[in-house]
Write a protein that binds this ligand. Structure first.
Ligand code: NAP
Length: 288
């Protein structure tokens, strides 16, 4: 029951209707019997600064930020930003304490936790990304901070690969870039291969960013950040080549769980994790 003491959490975006975060966080608040509610707000870019200060004044406890506001919120929190979010230059989680906003980014954690749970330790690993957008950038920075030994970013536009390399190399000098067309030169000695393009996403499920996995070592970890379909063509081909594969669903769930942890100090347990995964698939229409 909502009452006078109920804590309010939110997600802001433009648009925001597609977000599964309200379902996830309200399920968690209910499971842990916390007196809290999580609501979506569509905020136009011109209204973002007003929203930022209104949330502080209204006593909102925390919120998630989705497209297109992640970079602008990073600027608004100023010095109150966690080191990883600062490197990435984007904030997807704000916690408000004593009327002040603190910025975090849980994207990289989501990937890392998903990788760890599938038995993949990124420390000392040679990682190859296909695609150089926002997701590749967040994950590449996290992996550099977590001890990856080499990061190769393959893109169709060199400017994107250069930007991620500059960012990663400012943390640790381990990044290089090349064209996706040259992927064959990198498969033989990579430990972790990540599709960070939307190629193969529903409804274009017959597509894959690469078709030829010749030369890849058996047992290589291959991740697709896409979660719909559950098994992309990219993952199917990787599996046929003897690789260990994982889709992006766990990353999606765990980045949300890390926000919940930042706000409440509780990391969701296994029972509610499986319920949330199942509900997420239902809501997104993912066939498992
Ligand atoms: P983004 O910023 O738009 O970046 C997409 C990247 O893919 C860009 O480098 C883009 O290059 C490239 N690309 C697009 N179409 C391509 C094609 N046909 N051939 C080669 N490269 C292509 O998107 P994002 O936010 O990084 O997201 C990327 C994927 O990750 C999406 O599928 C998204 O759903 C998924 N994702 C999943 C999670 C999760 O929690 N599992 C989180 C974030 C993102 P151009 O700029 O040249 O188009």
């Amino acid at each position: 029951m909502i009452n006078g003491a109920t804590n309010v959490y939110a997600v802001i975006g433009h648009p925001v209707e597609h977000s599964v975060s309200p379902m996830i966080h309200n399920a968690l608040f209910q499971y842990y019997q916390m007196d809290a509610i999580y609501v979506p707000y569509a905020i136009a870019p011109a209204d973002l600064a007003d929203c930022f200060s209104a949330f502080e004044k209204l006593g909102v406890k925390g919120y998630n930020i989705t497209i297109p506001h992640k970079k602008a919120i990073a600027a608004l929190v100023g010095a109150h930003i966690d080191p990883y979010a600062k490197h990435v230059g984007a904030v997807n989680t704000v916690a408000i304490k004593d009327g002040k906003s603190f910025g975090y980014n849980t994207d990289g954690y989501g990937f890392l936790r998903a990788a760890n749970e599938s038995g993949c330790d990124v420390n000392g690993k040679n990682v190859v990304f296909i695609g150089g957008g926002g997701a590749a950038q967040s994950v590449a920075v996290k992996l550099a901070m977590e001890g990856a030994s080499k990061i190769t970013v393959l893109t169709r536009r060199q400017v994107q690969g250069n930007a991620i390399c500059d960012l990663v190399n400012s943390i640790k000098n381990i990044a290089q870039t090349d064209a996706i067309a040259n992927v064959g030169n990198y498969l033989g000695d990579c430990d972790i291969l990540i599709n960070a393009t939307p190629v193969g996403m529903f409804p274009h499920t017959k597509n894959s960013p690469i078709e030829d996995f010749a030369g890849i070592r058996k047992g290589t970890y291959v991740f697709d950040l896409i979660y719909n379909p559950f098994q992309t063509r990219f993952l199917k081909l990787a599996k046929q080549a003897g690789c260990r594969t994982q889709n992006g669903l766990d990353m999606l769930i765990y980045q949300g769980f890390q926000s919940f942890f930042i706000w409440t100090g509780v990391f969701p347990d296994e029972n509610i994790t499986s319920v949330v995964k199942q509900k997420t698939c239902e809501v997104l229409g993912i066939e498992t």
